[in-house]
Design a protein around this ligand. Structure first.
Ligand code: ADP
Ligand code: MG
Length: 653
């Protein structure tokens, strides 16, 4: 009937202490059978805890062989050892080692989380165990709300969660008063009766007296191993059993479940340290807020500028006499002619073209004199320039043919001559010496390139040339490129055509498209600069996250030790801390995005002309960045946490 469950052969454990090694376990040979109740006694420092840790696969033997149920443990990986702990052992510590921020039932559930047991099954079993141990009224209590005896019972329930085939209790009654100690001891005896193998370390001879077998240690060696002949209670194995060991789901489901649990655990950890979490996030929040807002401001400003450029006609090409602006000879060049306009208009790549002659002249209405730029243009001028009428109409072909004395004035002129209230339409003004009727007023469209107080008046080219200026050559030609035609190519074609017509290049062209390209290029390099600042600020935020996560790992070393003792693998611990880091960064990112929307709203209240533009791209990028920062800067802390030695971690205060 007796099956050798745990077998130690020549097990030695050394600790490095200064110059020479300290031998905590010296050549231990021990066989423990299934179903035994064993007490280990001995003076403090004799190696009892070290032996328990080796038995529970929390610690490695330096030499010798240790078999669990016939399986040699020396060759197992850390994760395999963790699985062994998880599935076969239940630890009960003198100081209970419950996680303070979790309720009793959550503490009990923990081993099953790492075993991949489903939520409902877990809760049910944890509840049953706690009820069975007389804690039905305390499921939701935190450890700090429980007495020592109650806490120890919670930790027993935790040890039983995954079955607890072998219970390792290191001085389980050491911190308890005698009544609670007796209770706990009775539970252990009952468990043993129910078939659990129980190994307990104790100073107390009365406690040891309950055991079937007593092992005595001194200076790392077993000095006595005897069967206890005078046990106070009979050792009939009862048939009453605890809820049977939960079945485990398949590997994949278990991993998915673990991942979900990692989120829940991370969330619990974060909200139980709210202030610190918030401070950790601050760097990320500031980083993401500034990135998203700056990008939105940049995009808004760019669109505003480009819209203005488009309004004055990015797809227009101007033709001037001479070799460039400021060319002194251009005054004498009189070769730009109306026939050039006609020739250009008939090209397939040109939407429309207008001649332009102009002069600064005195303009008078009643007793008001102003100086204005008077231009003679074709009826298509307003279309070419994309200018709309605020009121009235532009002139038509008929007006042009008749050399009609009609003018269109701009908003500035209207204000100067007529004031804001009077209706200028139909009024006659004196342009130079020519009386003209106002038939249209252009829209008052402010744009950043036209903030001047220039006064502009337009009349048909024929009127200006024939009746007012007596000039037959043109000052310039404005061409509107047909939509969809590349303006660079069109500009080349215009150059070729005019050069052929003139026989020489006595003109030059000017295209606003190049301005647009400059703006685009400027905004691109601006974006690059901003991205650089963004990367730096996010990196600073990330370093903040890493810093606090490192502190957190140090601070929660004991928690990590406990998790490892109940069966968390290194990968589980790593995953949990990574999830925490990513969660901090993601929440920070979301808050940052939210804040930048608030900034956008405030901005829209303060600035009327243009708006911040939030693109989906920048928000998605912000999300991705937050996640990446979490992964990159959470990596080292998570790795540190996973590589902790469970023994040392548990020993930490
Ligand atoms: P006890 O019988 O009181 O439980 P332990 O097994 O805890 O004794 O310790 C046995 C000896 O090993 C002690 O002298 C202790 O100082 C030493 N020891 C235990 N753990 C370590 C460690 N991590 N590093 C160095 N020495 C240790
Ligand atoms: Mg000890």
């Amino acid at each position: 009937m007796s099956r050798a469950l745990l077998e130690l052969k020549g097990v030695t454990r050394r600790f490095v202490a200064g110059e020479k090694d300290f031998i905590a376990l010296n050549d231990i040979n021990l066989t423990i059978n299934a179903g035994e109740l064993i007490a280990i006694t001995g003076a403090s420092g004799s190696g009892k805890s070290t032996l328990m840790n080796v038995l529970g696969c929390l610690d490695h033997a330096a030499s010798g062989s240790y078999k669990v149920d016939g399986r040699e443990t020396g060759t197992l990986t850390e994760d395999e050892l963790a699985e062994l702990r998880r599935d076969h052992f239940g630890f009960i510590f003198q100081r209970y080692h419950l996680l303070p921020h979790l309720a009793a039932i959550q503490n009990v559930e923990m081993p099953a989380i790492y075993a991949g047991t489903g939520k409902s099954m877990r809760v049910e079993r944890a509840q049953k165990l706690l009820e069975r141990l007389g804690l039905s009224g305390h499921l939701e209590h935190r450890p700090s709300q429980l007495s020592g005896g109650q806490q120890q019972r919670v930790s027993i329930a935790r040890a039983l969660m995954n079955g607890g085939e072998i219970i390792l209790a290191d001085e389980p009654t050491g911190a308890l008063d005698s009544v609670s100690g007796k209770e706990v001891m009775n539970i252990l005896l009952e468990l043993n009766s129910a078939g659990h193998t129980v190994i307990l370390v104790t100073h107390d001879e009365k406690v040891a007296a309950h055991a079937e077998r007593i092992i005595e240690m001194r200076d790392g060696e077993i000095i006595a191993d005897r069967v206890n002949t005078d046990r106070p209670i009979s050792n009939e194995k009862t048939t009453e059993r605890l809820p049977s060991k939960p079945t485990q789901g398949n590997r994949l489901m278990a991993n998915i479940g673990l991942f979900q649990e990692a989120f829940v655990m991370a969330w619990v950890a974060l909200i139980s340290h709210r202030m610190r979490t918030l401070l950790t996030m601050l760097g990320i929040i500031i980083g993401i807020t500034s990135v998203v807002s700056i990008v939105a401001i940049g995009e808004g400003a760019k669109r505003y500028v480009l819209k203005d450029i488009e309004a004055i006609g990015s797809n227009t090409i101007e033709v001037f006499p001479g070799s460039d602006f400021g060319d002194t000879k251009s005054m004498d060049i009189q070769t730009l002619a109306l026939s050039d306009v006609t020739a250009l208009s008939s090209q397939y790549y040109i939407d429309s073209a207008t001649p332009n002659i102009g002069r600064n002249l005195l303009v008078r209405y009643r007793n008001i004199d102003v100086s204005a730029t008077v231009s003679g243009v074709s009826p298509s001028y307003f279309q070419v320039r994309g200018t709309r009428m605020g009121s009235g109409v532009g002139f038509n072909k008929d007006d042009a043919r008749r050399q009609a004395q009609v003018v269109v004035i701009d908003y500035n002129t209207r204000i100067r001559l007529f004031g804001p209230k009077a209706d200028p339409l139909g009024q006659v003004i004196l342009v130079g010496n020519l009386p003209c009727t106002v038939i249209g007023v252009t829209e008052n469209k402010k744009n950043i390139f036209d903030t001047s107080k220039n006064l502009n008046i337009w009349m048909p080219y024929e009127t200006a040339s024939g009746r007012l200026l007596g000039q037959s050559y043109l000052d310039s030609i404005t061409v509107r490129v047909k939509d969809g035609q590349p303006s660079k190519v069109v500009e080349d074609n215009v150059n070729k055509l005019l050069q052929k017509r003139h026989g020489t290049k006595d003109f030059f062209t000017y295209n606003l498209d190049s301005v647009m390209q400059t703006v685009q290029k400027t905004s691109q390099s601006l974006a690059l600069l901003l991205s650089l600042i963004a990367v730096i600020s996010l990196a600073v935020g990330g370093i903040g996250v890493m810093n606090i996560m490192l502190v957190s790992v140090t601070e929660r070393t004991r928690e990590i030790g406990i998790r490892m003792a109940v069966g968390a693998r290194q990968s589980d611990i790593r995953q949990q801390f990574l999830v925490e880091a990513v969660m901090v960064c993601l929440i920070g990112g979301v808050i940052g995005i939210g804040l930048s929307f608030v900034i956008g709203y405030v901005f829209s209240l303060l600035v009327k002309e243009w708006q911040m533009v939030f693109s989906v791209g920048s928000i998605v990028t912000a999300f991705i960045c937050s996640t990446l920062i979490g992964i990159v800067f959470g990596f080292v802390p998570a790795r540190n946490a996973a590589q902790l030695d469970p023994i040392e971690a548990l020993a930490r205060d």
